[in-house]
Design a protein around this ligand. Sequence first.
Ligand code: MG
Length: 160
Amino acid sequence: MKKELVELVTDQINFELESAYLYLSMATWFVENGYPGSGKWMEKQANEEVGHAMKMTHYLQEVNVRVLMRPIAAGATEFPSFLEVFKLSLEHEKKVSARIAKIYEAAVEAKDHALASLYLYFVNEQVEEEAQLVDIITRLEKVPTPIGIMMMDDRLGNRA
Ligand code: MG
């Protein structure tokens, strides 16, 4: 595997874990502020991000590249409002999508078909990640009241 590609994937593993850390921070903010359903939902998001990092780590292991773990940056710990957490989360996912697209393009350019295939999976995964956040934000903006927020919190608490 090309050195530049190893570097990109290693960096993305770190960013997925940074995402997980940020979402855990959001989860604890939700719980502390009386939104247990959203706390549960965000905790699951965090777990998903760890899953993405693991999928990328396993790939590097399969092609005999040792993954060197780097420090994870701490994200925000305070958030202005319930709605704002989801807006920040969407902004963050857009950053992830841009990074994933860049790795996919680099893999295609290097004719590393297996890596391109792995990242094509993530390209599609990102469509869903962004869509679910857009859905939450759109619903909240339709009913921007305490009742709307409580209904959303209940709904998010039901995530399987
Ligand atoms: Mg991810």
